[in-house]
Design a protein around this ligand. Structure first.
Ligand code: SFD
Ligand code: AMP
Length: 638
């Protein structure tokens, strides 16, 4: 054992009032906000934050961003709701979206106060947003930033507010533990250090589960060494969805996914190019295919009323996919034409600045795209760049709405009573809160909205913790039982490693990497990945269902030869549960709600009559079964 650095792990048990799991945008929002409410209530609560990575560069914003995609400013939050509803094909929790809309700007103002450079309109360069400074808007809701250090800046504020002594970095949380006396409640979280041989067990009154979305569930387009690259962060592995589902939380809209159009291979985002630089995309013959083919979404039988107005993100994809499937690729972003047009009214100095901005957009956010440009001799002012729809991602904060069903605000008129059960942002499991990518049916929050949602949850958690001051967590599982489970992959390895002479080839175990390939292949081929141009049907899903069940069984045979593999093993387990939820929801929803993101070829149309509703599910960890139901959609904002 010692040869591999594994004896029994040191066990660190701690009891806190509130645990924040994750260190991303939502977690930082909560960390920043929470002390204020503890102080205001006169209470004395112990708060802890635990992140699998180092907060200053963890989560989706690790590499920085070039825009803040949700800033309401001069707009009306009700209009923001209309925009999100349109983009997400009519089905969102409007109470949640409105709540983010009315609160988000203060967070953006804070970011600026903390040093984040926000682009300003001419004449307003030195005027902060808070004092009415006019931002440079790329779109109606988006503002431009110099955001290479965005996460660093936000994490610093969170750390200062919470204190480093209350933050544990590089601890991967594996699972939540329900309360022994009340199984509808969470009482603890267990995980392990990815650096030291230590198991952590945190008992709490409530927790905020904010581990981001799920990436690398599907076979990515990148191969070989490039597999470390995807658009959304590869290090977010569906931990939010799987841990919540296993604790019994009701999930919502897990059929939804996001398939962004991105600069091919480097995964550079397109927003700035479309909205700020006003670039056009064309097919392989230089034709504007949106003009040629844009009308396909006007077919009411297939797309209902959704193709009539401003097309949502999935419908924009749909038009592009039609072009690709017709063999008229590659799809090219005409960066030279856009830049030439902008340069018409510019001085040579301003043109140079524009060229620098084109590079900086990616240097601030997806550096790999600059690698592609440099490596392929692409100068964006001279050479167009290829655009490609990526592999699917499960997320609830960007242009998607997969996630967990949470309690909403109580002060909005017209909201069904059953959408609120006491504590804002709490899931259907007592003491389990979420925000950001964790919240379902409420997309388009982006970085700023996720941070704001973390703040909203923080306030409610303080109330929950104080209301439950005298409650003591009792765990339904023993610490030794958790050690056994969490380190099972290590034991499997140590027990069987000498059976063969090749360490990776062994009938008694599967390496996490191989298991991940299996999951990705399965999801790609049966659950509408890139390999089938995002198409599936009931029969394919039936196959996927069986294969996923077997994969879940085999996941117990994953090996870990070091702590890094132990991390990979548990990430994959989380991915499998998230993948299963996604598959089951797609199977349940007998229509194609998001053409361009996925197609149920046996129900290849939007069916508002039967399916303009939420799809919610719960998972029973003991039986491994899902219960899925329809929940009525209610329009709150006219
Ligand atoms: O260009 C565990 N996003 C954009 N938002 C914007 O506002 N503007 C943009 O420009 C955006 N674009 C963009 C964006 C993301 C990415 C990757 C790119 C481009 C390339 C979206 C936002 O970043 C996103 O909405 C928020 O960050 C979501 O916040 P949150 O808190 O839900 O997730 P997170 O920030 O990824 O944090 C997750 C944290 O969890 C940790 N973690 N910790 C312990 N145990 C486990 N098991 C854990 N699993 C994960 C992570 O380390 C992390 O700290 S653009 O495309 O439009
Ligand atoms: P992206 O870079 O694709 O993540 O987009 C950033 C922001 O711009 C998001 O709010 C998108 O919804 C929006 N966006 C991107 N492309 C377009 C487009 N062609 N039309 C309208 N909005 C867009």
């Amino acid at each position: 054992m010692a040869e591999y650095g594994f004896g029994n792990p040191e066990i660190i048990e701690e009891e806190v009032d509130i645990l924040i799991i994750g260190g991303g945008m939502a977690a930082c929002g909560a960390a920043f906000e929470i002390g204020k409410w503890v102080k205001a209530s006169g209470g004395n609560l112990k708060i802890k934050l635990v992140d699998k990575a180092a907060m200053s560069r963890s989560g989706a914003v690790a590499q920085g961003l070039s825009a803040i995609n949700t800033y309401i400013g001069e707009n009306d939050p009700a209009d923001y709701v209309r925009y999100v509803r349109n983009d997400l094909m009519g089905i969102i929790r409007e109470d949640l979206v409105y709540d983010v809309g009315r609160h988000v700007d203060d967070s953006v103002h804070n970011f600026e106060d903390w040093g984040l450079p926000i682009w300003k309109a001419k004449g307003d360069e030195d005027k902060p947003l808070r004092q009415g400074g006019k931002p440079v808007r790329s779109g109606k809701w988006q503002i431009m930033i110099n955001g290479e250090s965005y996460k660093w800046i936000v994490a610093e504020a969170a750390k200062n507010a919470l204190g480093m002594e209350n933050i544990e970095e590089r601890v991967f949380i594996v699972r939540l533990i329900n309360d022994k006396n009340d199984p509808t409640r969470v009482a603890a979280a267990a995980g392990f250090s990815v650096r030291d041989h230590k198991l952590y067990l945190y008992k709490f009154k409530c927790c905020l589960l904010v581990c981001g979305g799920a990436v690398n569930v599907f076979r990515p387009r990148s191969i070989g060494e490039g597999m470390g690259r995807a658009w959304y962060p590869v290090w977010n592995a569906g931990s939010t969805y799987s841990m919540a589902a296993e604790a019994g939380a009701e999930m919502t809209m897990m059929e939804n996914r996001f398939v962004p159009a991105r600069f091919k291979d480097g995964y550079g985002p397109v927003g700035a190019w479309f909205l700020l630089f006003k670039a056009q995309v064309m097919n392989g013959f230089g034709e504007d295919y949106n003009k040629l083919r844009g009308d396909v979404i006007k077919d009411e039988k297939r797309f209902g009323k959704y193709g009539q107005g401003v097309p949502g993100t999935c419908l924009r994809n749909h038009i592009m996919l039609e072009e690709m499937i017709a063999g008229r690729g590659p799809i090219m972003m005409d960066t030279p034409a856009a830049m030439a047009k902008l340069a018409e009214k510019m001085t040579p100095k301003e043109v140079k600045h524009l060229e620098a901005e084109a590079w900086e957009d990616f240097l601030d956010m997806t550096i790999s795209q600059c690698g592609i440009w440099a490596g392929e001799n692409i100068e964006p002012e001279k050479t167009p760049s290829e655009i490609m729809p990526t592999e699917p991602y499960l997320l609830g904060s960007h242009s998607g709405c997969a996630g967990i069903w949470v309690s909403g605000p109580t002060d909005l008129p017209g909201v069904p009573k059953e959408w609120s059960w006491g504590y804002r942002s709490m899931t259907t499991v007592k003491g389990l809160f979420t925000s950001g990518d964790g919240v379902g049916a409420s997309g388009h929050k982006f970085s700023s909205g996720s941070f704001a949602e973390g703040r909203i949850a923080a306030k409610a958690m303080v109330k929950f913790a104080l209301d439950n001051k005298d409650w003591k967590p009792t765990l339904e599982r023993s610490t030794m039982d958790l050690v056994e489970e969490i380190y099972r992959p290590v034991r499997t390895f140590l027990e069987h490693k000498d059976y063969t002479t090749a360490i990776d080839v062994n009938p008694h175990y599967i390496t996490p990497k191989m298991l991940q390939y299996r999951l990705q292949k399965l999801m790609d081929e049966y659950v509408a990945g890139v390999g089938t141009f995002y198409r599936t049907n009931g029969k394919l899903l039936e196959m996927a269902e069986k294969k996923l069940e077997m994969l879940k069984e085999d996941s117990l045979k994953m090996r870990a030869k070091d702590l890094h593999e132990l991390l990979r093993a548990w990430e994959n387990y989380h991915r499998i549960i998230a993948a299963e939820a996604h598959m089951k929801h797609i199977q349940f929803r007998e229509e194609t709600r998001y053409p361009g993101f996925y197609y149920r070829m046996d129900y290849n149309f939007i069916d508002d009559e039967n399916w303009k509703c939420f799809v919610n599910s719960t998972y029973d960890r003991h039986t491994g079964k899902w219960a899925i139901k329809k929940v009525p959609y209610v329009q709150v904002i006219k």
